[in-house]
Each structure stands twice: as structure tokens, then as C-alpha cells.
Design a protein around this ligand. Structure first.
Ligand code: NDP
Length: 265
């Protein structure tokens, strides 16, 4: 029987995950389907249960269900535990296993696709929501000199920094005014076409400015570019986090480069 996978979200029609996983399945010759499921905002757990009963083997989880997926999973990877959120579920005889592949996806995109070395570098992480929290542990594993979290609500950045301890500190947007090697926009500002009020002094000609948002140019990337930085959007992260989930489910790692290239065109 063909194995079934899905992505759950609300909304979900915009999701590129079905296209990405279909490409991975073709490339690695896996007998599987992958669909997008619109779960009611108050019906995520029921939707997942129905999918498992219908033969579902695994799922991705997107906004607004990542924290609920964290609570639903009977077992968690350590990175999901630290992230406090789950974007990948695997269903097997032992129950529901939860993982978080967002951070691994970001690090793979930065290091493998963009040729960026993180060791010894100063990283400014802008934002302190779910996406920011999910990427801190995998970033720290690359041994940067430090990770500074700047957030509109400074107390949220402070709470996050306290959770991770050494090598991570929090500050306000105003206080982030020295150059960084890598500046990652993990806020939802780009979704609203807005620019986080960053100092231009965080950018130099040697800075890589990375926006987790993908699919269109953003005020953040424009601003960074106009102050000399190199820029990248989050499409590579999206495909890499999907590849990490696919590997967990199928035990085979797909080649992401042709899939990223196809999505860009
Ligand atoms: P959350 O809602 O959890 O967090 C939102 C964050 O953005 C908070 O830090 C919030 O600050 C900040 N923020 C919102 N609006 C503004 C603004 N106008 N100016 C400054 N800061 C603002 O969202 P997520 O963390 O889940 O997602 C963040 C982004 O990451 C989204 O664009 C999402 O699409 C993207 N993403 C991309 C992925 C990929 O694979 N490429 C994977 C996951 C996420 P405050 O605390 O003050 O409210």
C-alpha cells in the first residue's frame, strides 16, 4: 500500500510542501503520497488522529499548530524539546514521534547552499517567536562566537536567551548597533511588508542578511542590500527542513539542489 504523508496547517493552500515532497519522492523512487490538509483551528489533534487511522505514516506541521504538535507527540527529539515546537511527526508502532527540522534546515542552507561558515562568527537573530526559538540550538552547534537575539518585545528575547544560556544574549533593536557577520530575520514583519527597526550599522559588505520569509523580496532584504550586505531568502531553508523530515520518514536523503532550482523558476 502506498504510504501517506501530509502537511497540516491553517491556512494551508499556499504550502509548497506537497510540491517539494513529490519531487523528493520521484527523485528517490519512494512509493508515497503527500497532501495538504486544512485542519480546523480547534481540531488539529482530531485531524491528525483521523489521518493516522486512514494510514498516515507521518506529517509536517505549520502555522498555527507547531506548539500543539509538540504537546501531541509522545516522544520528542532533543532539538524539538529545546525548540518547544514540532514541525515533523512520524507515526509508528511506538506512537507519535515529534521532531523539529527548521533549525537543521536553516543551518544546511547557510552552510551547504550559501557556503557560509558559522564557527567563530557573530550572529544577530532578529525575532523571538517560534521560528527563532527553533533555530537557536542548531546554530549554537556550529559554534558561532555569539548569538544575539534582538526583539521588539525585549522580555521575550531575554526569556529565550535565558533558556539557552552561554553564547546567547538578548538586546533591544536600538542596542544592536555593531556589525554582525550574519543577520537572520526570524520576525513575521516581512509577512506584513514591514521592516524591523534595525540600525544600518549591523550590516557591512561582509555581512550575510538572511530572511526566513521566501517567495518575494522583503523590506529587510532591500534595507540590508542598500547597506552593502549580501542577501538570501528562506526558500533554501524551506526545502532543507523538508529534506530533513523526508530523511526521518524514509531513511533516504534527497538531493535538494534541483528542487530549490525548480522552485526558483
Ligand atoms: P511568530 O508569530 O511566532 O513570531 C513573530 C516574531 O516576529 C516575534 O518575535 C514578533 O515580535 C516579531 N514581529 C512581528 N511583527 C513585527 C514587526 N512589524 N516588527 C518587528 N518585529 C515583529 O512567528 P514565527 O516565528 O513562526 O515565524 C516568523 C517568520 O519565519 C515568518 O515569516 C515565517 O514565514 C518564517 N518561517 C520560515 C520558515 C522557512 O522554512 N523558511 C520556517 C518557519 C518560519 P514580538 O515578540 O515583539 O511580538
Amino acid at each position: 500500500m502506498t504510504d501517506r504523508y501530509a502537511v497540516f496547517g491553517h491556512p494551508i493552500a499556499h504550502s509548497k510542501s506537497p510540491q517539494i515532497h513529490a519531487a523528493f519522492a520521484r527523485q528517490t523512487v519512494q512509493d508515497m503520497t503527500y497532501e495538504a490538509i486544512l485542519a480546523p483551528k480547534d481540531g488539529f489533534a482530531d485531524s491528525v488522529a483521523a489521518f493516522i487511522t486512514a494510514g498516515g505514516r507521518g506529517a509536517n506541521v505549520t502555522v498555527p499548530f507547531k506548539e500543539e504538535a509538540f504537546r501531541l507527540a509522545g516522544r520528542l527529539s532533543s532539538r524539538a524539546e529545546r525548540a518547544g515546537a514540532v514541525n515533523t511527526l512520524r507515526f509508528d508502532a511506538d506512537g507519535i514521534f515529534g521532531d523539529n527540522t527548521d533549525g537543521a534546515g536553516l543551518v544546511a542552507d547557510l552552510t551547504r547552499n550559501l557556503g557560509c561558515v558559522l564557527a567563530g562568527k557573530r550572529v544577530l537573530l532578529v525575532g523571538a517567536g517560534g521560528a527563532a526559538r527553533g533555530v537557536i540550538e542548531p546554530l549554537l552547534a556550529q559554534q558561532p562566537a555569539e548569538v544575539v537575539i534582538a526583539n521588539r518585545t525585549v522580555s521575550r528575547a531575554q526569556d529565550l536567551a535565558a533558556l539557552f544560556g552561554r553564547g546567547v544574549r538578548a538586546c533591544s533593536f536600538d542596542a544592536a548597533d555593531a556589525p554582525f557577520d550574519i543577520v537572520i530575520n526570524a520576525t513575521a514583519a516581512s509577512l506584513a511588508g514591514e521592516l524591523p527597526p534595525l540600525s544600518p550599522r549591523v550590516f557591512t559588505a561582509d555581512t550575510l542578511a538572511y530572511d526566513m520569509m521566501y517567495g518575494r523580496d522583503t523590506p529587510f532584504l532591500d534595507f540590508a542590500r542598500s547597506h552593502g550586505a549580501a542577501t538570501a531568502d528562506g526558500l533554501g531553508m524551506l526545502v532543507e527542513q523538508a529534506a530533513e523530515a523526508f530523511t526521518l520518514w524514509r531513511g533516504v536523503r534527497p538531493d535538494t539542489a534541483p528542487v530549490i532550482a525548480a522552485l526558483r523558476t
